[in-house]
Design a protein around this ligand. Structure first.
Ligand code: MSP
Length: 481
């Protein structure tokens, strides 16, 4: 009997050419919270992440630093792993495209598609942006430059192996239209549909003659495979696929339930990737979910633009859970989110130190000072029953709205304390005091229950303090000037 399909999800694999930044952390934190949510709903989950380690961009960077490409990618992939560790990301697999097991499968796939005539020898001429590692059309440029990298793409003309894409355009369109391949939020689905309706897909050059740092084509060793072709297959090799029949290899993990990406890589994910899968006779991911960019000072945070807010600084200032809260509550997923350190500090103080932290400490202190045994309140009975609304928000990754709902409970509770002044009630009206305290304890417990998907350690500490009456600071207030 086939066991229940595991909820499988992926982050993109990150380029191993510079240390990780907040944009990368954002995607990975979103994926981690989604995995935890699914687990809490009773599903087994599998989160895959990793690093994209081949291509001209990485070779160039290594040369600049006086390192070999392999040395560079070893170092950078280690930094990604370390960051996921610091952020408590619970991933099940970390794939590196320089892993032997990955390379073997990429070559197997190339061989297979070549034998089937789905890869053929041709010539590529056109514009290529090294920043994106993508071919560009004139119409995509702004003042002759790549809009993401601000650099004019290079003209490339060379003999190259081509992957058939054009024959699959109609089938792809139909799969997106019917939601067999769900693209969300909807406006990204519309964007891709209108692109596929207007433009004709051209066959894609999938090999390079002059890029040595890559996987050689098994049928022509003078060429290496295009980085995106290599990278997409990591979504399969990272799950344990060995290039054969899915049955017995990754049947329980495939298709992906959630392929999480940033908007800059939507086009390739909604064209090349699904067509590669169609060629291989494999099911498409159930959903590609697209998030916007984290901006700083109104611009995309990127290594090439140089306006990166250091994730280390965030971790040092706010801790892992504070960082997670600030990233997820900063704005609507799917839209761009502008961050400044100053605003994050204010929000940290307002929501975490003063809002939640203060509420807990007030309730625990009141309970101690006026002998109210919270531990005897039947907190479990007040257990939150998820309203459909909350579940809907979580299922559709609208974490900022879910967090707002939770903070509503925190705000209402703090308001209840201010309005009823329990320290006075304790002396004048014991009955009412106990009623208010019971309500506060239930609210805090409910908050912890809801928060455990986002901030598990915080949730655990709230429950512990409610149970033991132990006092402790949940979030240390940050001094700002
Ligand atoms: N290696 C490719 C992905 C291959 S997946 C088969 C790549 N790597 S990347 O490191 O440049 O970007 C990885 C992810 O990080 C992308 O989803 C991208 O959108 C995201 N981010 C990079 N900078 C970002 C922000 N400033 N904000 C939010 N996410 C952004 O593309």
């Amino acid at each position: 009997m086939k066991s229940q399909k595991v909820f499988s999800l992926t982050t993109p694999i990150y380029y191993a050419n510079a240390k990780p930044h907040i944009g990368h952390a954002y995607t990975t934190v979103v994926a981690d919270v989604m995995a935890r949510w699914q687990k809490q709903k009773g599903r087994e989950t599998f989160l895959l992440t990793g690093t994209d380690e081949h291509g001209a961009k990485i070779a160039q960077k290594a040369e600049e630093l006086g390192k070999t490409p392999q040395e560079l990618v070893n170092e950078i992939s280690g930094q990604f792993k370390q960051l996921w560790n610091e952020l408590d990301i619970d991933y099940q697999s970390f794939i590196r495209t320089t892993d032997k097991k990955h390379i073997v499968v990429v070559q197997k796939v190339l061989e297979k598609l070549y034998e089937q005539g789905l890869i053929y020898k041709g010539e590529y001429k056109g514009l290529y942006c090294f920043g994106c590692e993508q071919f560009k059309k004139e119409t995509e440029l702004v003042d002759g430059k790549c809009p993401d990298h601000g650099v004019a793409p290079e003209f490339v003309r060379e003999e190259s192996y081509m992957l058939r894409l054009s024959d699959k355009q109609d089938e792809l369109l139909q799969k997106i239209e019917s939601d067999e391949l769900r693209i969300r939020p909807k406006r990204f689905r519309r964007e891709i549909l209108s692109f596929l309706e207007k433009e004709k897909l051209e066959d894609l050059s999938i090999s390079r003659k002059n890029v040595e740092w890559g996987i050689p084509l098994p049928f022509d060793k003078s060429q290496t495979v295009y980085v995106w072709f290599d990278a997409f297959l990591s979504y399969l090799t990272g799950l344990g696929w060995q290039g054969g029949n899915l049955e017995g290899e990754v049947s329980n993990l495939w298709p992906l339930d959630l392929n999480l990406i940033g908007k800059d890589i939507l086009r390739v994910h909604a064209t090349i990737w699904p067509i590669m899968l169609m060629h291989l006779g494999l099911e498409l991911p159930k959903q590609i979910f697209v998030h916007g960019h984290i901006l700083s000072e109104g611009k995309k945070m990127s290594k090439s633009v140089g306006n990166v807010i250091a994730i280390d600084e965030m971790l040092k200032e706010f801790g892992a859970e504070g960082t997670c809260y600030l990233l997820l509550s900063a704005g609507t997923i799917g839209e761009d989110i502008d961050l400044t350190m100053e605003r994050m500090m204010e929000k940290y103080n307002a929501d975490l130190a003063n809002g939640l932290g203060n509420l807990l400490s007030r309730v625990v202190t009141l309970a101690r000072n006026f002998q109210f045994p919270i531990s005897e309140v039947e907190l479990e009975k007040g257990e939150i029953i998820f309203t459909e609304d909350f579940e809907g928000l979580m299922d559709s990754l609208q974490f900022d709205r879910a967090l707002k709902k939770i903070w509503r409970i925190v705000q209402d509770s703090n308001k209840l304390i201010e309005e009823t002044k329990p320290w006075e009630l304790a002396k004048n009206d014991r009955g009412k005091f106990e009623k208010v305290m019971r309500e506060l304890a239930l609210h805090l417990h409910k908050t912890a229950e809801l928060l455990k998907t986002f901030l598990p350690e915080t949730a655990r500490r709230i429950k512990k303090q409610l149970k033991t009456g132990e006092r402790g600071i949940l979030f240390e207030k940050i001094k700002t000037n």
